[in-house]
Each structure stands twice: as C-alpha cells, then as structure tokens.
Design a protein around this ligand. Structure first.
Ligand code: ASP
Length: 591
C-alpha cells in the first residue's frame, strides 16, 4: 500500500508499505541505519539492516527515495510520543533512489529551527524553505482561508471573474504603476493593474451584479518592510446595494473564515467609528481597539496651567492632548515602563516631528514627574486632569502639544500604540472596527492641491454632495475601511455612477485634462445606464498574517520578494539587453 510519511500508526503494524520522501535525518548506529523520511504530511522512521543498509549508506540529506518495507512497532526505548508516527518504524526491504540532492544551505529539521537561517538565504531557496513544516503550515493556512472565502462568495451567488492585468496607465490610487512595453505597438505601454477597480465597475455596467475575484495587484511603491510590490486582494463589487449590505457581507465572511480556519466564533456586528472619532480618540484611522486608552483633549486645562510650552501652544490655537496608560506599573529604575523608557519615547516623538511632548506618572493619586517642576507647573489644573484621565497609581501619562492638530494626532496615535504594546494590556485577541465618514478629499501637504483621500471613484454622501463646489474639503465620501488590531485590512466605497459627477470630482482636483486622457474610457462606460454600485477589497496577505498572529507578510506569500522587492528565487529584476529593447520595443535608454 502507498502511504505518505505522516500516515502510519500502530494499527498499520505488519502492513507492507511504499513511501516516497526526502532523507531528512540520517543516523548510523553500526548494525542499523535510521533515516527519517519526510514529505509534506510528516516524518516516518525507516530502519535499514543488512544488505538494505549498505545501499542506504550512499544516501545523503534531502535525497529523494522510494522505499518498500514492513511496518514494525518501535521498541519502548525508541518510541517517540511527540511524533504522530512515533510508535512505529518501517523496516526497509527495497530502496530506489529517485533523485540526489546537493547539501541544503540550511537546516530543514523542525527541531533545529531555533537556528533558523537568515531570511535572504531562505528566500533565495524558498522551495527548500517551504519543506520546513512551520513554513509550509503558513501557506496551508492561507489556502484554508482562500478556500473558505471562495466558498462563501460562491454560495452567495457571486461570479468569480478575471479582469485584465495588462491595462491602461491611469490615475487610480495615487501609487506608481509598473509599465510593460508593447511589442506589437511600439513605444506604447500597458500598465500592470494596481487593482481591478475600473474593470469590476465595468462588470456592474455589464449587469453582472455580484462579482468577486482573488486577484494579484501591482503597485510600484517605495520598498518597505511590510509591503510587496505584487500582492493579493479579495475584490468584490455589487450593484443596487448600500454600505450596510457590503459591511454585513464582509462581517459574515469573516465569521465564516474564523470558524473554518481558526475554529473561533466571531462576534458581529463589528464596532463602528467615524474617521473624525477615530482620529480624535485614537490618533489613527486604523485604531487598535484592543488597547482601552484614548487621547483626551486637555487644551483648555493647558491654557490655565503654568506649564509654559503647553500654555503657549494652547493660546495660539494649537491643541494639547493627553493619554493615560493604565497598567503601566511605572518604576523609575526597574520597570518595563521606566524613566529611561519614557525618555526614549520623547526621542521617538521628536523623530516623528512632535517636539512638545512631556510625561508624568501617578503616585498616591497625584501626578508626579522627573524633574518635579513639570508636575508642579500643572498643579493648578491637576484635579481637572485627574478627573478627565482617571488614572490609577503606577499609570503613566503623556502630554503632547502642537500647532498642527494633524501632526499631533498622528504622533500621539503612534505613541499610544508603541507604549500600549510595551505594556501588553490586550483586552481580546481580535478587534475589528469599521471606519467611515472619511473626507472625500485631502489637501496635499506640500502642494495644497486636493487629492482623493482614498480613490477618485468614491461617491460623496447625499448630505454633503451640495458642498462639492462651495466647500469640497468638507464633503464626506461613502467610504468604509475595516481595521483589525490596528491594521487596515479592507477598504471600499459606494462609487460614483454618474459620469458627469465623476468628471466634476476630477475637476475639483484640477485634474480634468489628465482625467479625459487617462480615464476617458471610464466616463464612456459610465454613460450607458450604469446601475448604482459599490464594493470593497480585502488585503489577503495581511489578513492571513494577522489571523495567524504574525506581522511579517512574506511568510504568508508563496514566493515573496525581499525588502528591496527582489525576487531571489529567480534573480529578478534583471537587466535587459539594450539591443533587444530597441529592436523589439523601440525603446532606447537615455543616460
Ligand atoms: N480599489 C480599491 C483598492 O484597491 C478597493 C475598493 O475600493 O474596492 O484599494
């Protein structure tokens, strides 16, 4: 009988079996040679004696073999309770070498993973890295989630369709695109789709009504630790439905994924915050609600205090915000949250652009500081601050002040996350939150020109549509983002279905010319009786990593690129012969 390497148990004792696998761990004990043979299912111990042993002596690590033998019970001393196959071994009668192997560049034995080779080496040999059970487990987990998502949408009568990848270079998310030269039309280019956005909208124009796709997206963004230039989204689009329908759909999908992939029950509905509430209370549009602490406005108290820096900011229309961190257990010298740590926080704030940050701690129900002059200058408003922040003994308080509220909220949000993580006071494993009511536009910090806060196809809310001409910055979009534990995992919107309104939105951003040139095909499509529609996209790589409980998305991508976006298994990107570029594509390098 053909069996895999993780299958045999004591019930199989006496059976003749055939196994295929890699020789993972070889031990020669004189009279007997033991080899742990491995495949994706597990490991089985083989025993070679006599003639079989002399054949096996030629085997090396990761050689691929076929063996035939009989299943025997292991002796009491060699039984290994920790291994599923640890009660048996296979006495080999015949051995066939299927393929030799070079010595692998790093250990593939699970027990030796403590000494895991560096990531670059593992990425170069990712096909070997994936032979490690714990690397493969993450990919199996991804597959489980994808299957669960697909089944859910199929059952809900969504059509799974494929939109084009080679598309027009256009303005969508504000990210850069990868360009692909066309050989048949020299000096013209395709762009690799940043997302199926326009094409899924065209599905709605076509009357498909319910579309979904597990789809690769390509964005030529700056290389960063937690990004991949090609990543996977679960994209969907529906006609005739509103925000509540799409949010409900995603919540039910998550319930299903949690049940099938994690065996956990997820509570719905998820929390909701408006963008303004999220920024005001958490300093982030993807707040981590596992931490209870919030930003509290103390501008009026700062104005009344004798703490000069805070007072001055408050008097000059700036803002002053405080956060009390419960459970900090401040200890000047020995604590996790010590004076040295808080001084590092001040440095971190400075590096993020916030100069006005101070900190205090609470002892005997009073606010204390190092040096004492800080708490003394706040004495006059201490009562009010204690009432607003309700800290307990041992808690630390940070106070930030800046003339730019945007900067202040942003940095305080980051510090909230940093200090909360250090304290480790989580209130549950998974906290989802929908953020909605985003402004439709945001002003570019440098040029002050308006740009879409998400993407240009988001429809304005009915209530704020009338502000489009008079006060565009106050227009709210029908946009909804979903965050999980402080990471954005999905974003979508109800779209503009009227081509004239779509034109107007581009015009407000001063982009009407670019839009006609690059987006004309969408104006055209929208002008044929487009049904009202909306959709969302879920970042699959990040979702899988978060559900597993890790942050490195590369471990959840089959063949990931490294931090510099190199694909080390094939050495791309690689140079292309300039002659080929010229002859095939009509492109010449200009140095
Ligand atoms: N196209 C958007 C994105 O890729 C998602 C959406 O609005 O559906 O971010």
């Amino acid at each position: 009988m053909d069996v895999n390497c993780g299958e045999l148990r004591e019930a199989h004792i006496g059976n003749d079996v055939t196994l295929h696998g890699w020789c993972r761990y070889i031990r020669d004990h004189g009279g007997k040679l033991f080899i742990d043979i491995a495949d994706k299912h597990g490991i089985t111990q083989l025993v070679f004696e006599g003639a079989a042993k002399s054949d096996a002596e030629k085997l090396g690590r990761e050689y691929m073999v076929e063996v035939k033998g009989v299943v025997n019970k292991r002796s009491d001393e060699t039984t290994n309770q920790k291994m599923p196959t640890g009660g048996i071994e296979v006495a080999v009668k015949s051995l066939k070498l299927l393929n030799k192997s070079k010595i692998p560049p790093f250990e593939l034995i699970e027990e030796k993973e403590k000494f895991l080779a560096n990531e670059e080496l593992r990425l170069e040999y990712r096909y070997l890295d994936l032979r490690r059970p714990s690397a493969l487990k993450r990919i199996v987990f991804r597959d489980k989630i994808v299957k669960s998502i697909r089944k859910y949408f199929w059952e809900n009568e969504f059509m799974e369709l494929e939109t084009p990848v080679l598309v027009r270079d256009t303005y969508e998310t504000g990210s850069r695109t990868f360009l692909v030269p066309s050989r048949s039309n020299k000096k013209t280019f395709y762009s690799l789709a940043q997302s199926p956005q326009f094409y899924k909208q065209m599905c709605m124009v076509a009357g498909i009504e319910k579309y979904f796709q597990v789809v690769k997206c390509f964005r030529d963004e700056d290389a960063r630790e937690d990004r991949q230039p090609e990543f996977t989204q679960v994209d969907l689009e529906v006609a005739f439905k509103d925000e509540a329908y799409i949010e409900g759909l995603i919540e039910e999908m998550m319930v299903r994924v949690f049940k099938e992939a994690l065996g956990k029950r997820l509570k719905t509905p998820f929390d909701h915050l408006t963008y303004a509430e999220a920024m005001e209370n958490y300093g982030s549009d993807k707040p981590d609600l596992r931490y209870a602490n919030k930003l509290v406005d103390i501008t009026s108290e700062a104005k009344k205090s004798s703490y000069n820096i805070l007072k001055r900011v408050a008097e000059n229309n700036g803002k002053v915000k405080a956060i009390a961190f419960s459970g900090a257990k401040y200890d000047q010298k020995k604590g996790e949250i010590s004076e040295a740590y808080m001084l590092k926080i001040i440095e971190l704030a400075k590096s993020l652009g916030l100069k006005g940050l101070t900190w205090l701690y609470v002892k005997n129900k009073s606010m204390m500081s190092e040096p004492m002059s800080i708490s003394e200058s706040l004495k006059g408003v201490e009562k009010e601050l204690l009432r607003k922040l309700s800290p307990k003994d041992g808690d630390v308080i940070i106070i930030g002040a800046d003339l730019s509220e945007r900067l202040l909220l942003d940095v305080m949000g980051k510090l909230r996350k940093e200090i909360s993580q250090k304290i480790g006071a989580f209130d549950s494993d998974y906290r989802f939150v929908w953020i909605d009511n985003f402004p439709l536009f945001e002003a570019d910090e440098v040029t002050h020109k308006l740009k879409p806060s998400h993407n240009p196809v988001t429809a304005p809310t009915d209530a704020t549509l009338k502000l489009l001409d008079s006060d565009p910055e106050r227009v709210i979009g029908k946009q909804y983002d979903l965050s999980l534990n402080g990471e954005e995992i999905a974003g979508g919107s109800i779209r503009i279905s009227d081509p004239e309104l779509q034109r107007k939105v581009f015009k407000i951003m001063g982009m009407e010319d670019v839009a006609e040139r690059t987006f004309g095909f969408m104006f055209k499509a929208l002008s044929y009786g487009t049904p009202p529609h909306g959709g969302i996209a879920i970042g699959l790589d990040r979702l899988v990593a978060l559900l597993w409980g890790e942050s490195n998305i590369r471990d959840f991508v089959l063949f990931p690129k490294n931090k510099r976006f190199d694909l080390l298994i094939d050495g791309s990107p690689s140079e292309i012969n300039p002659k080929r570029l010229k002859d095939d594509f009509g492109i010449a390098f200009i140095e």
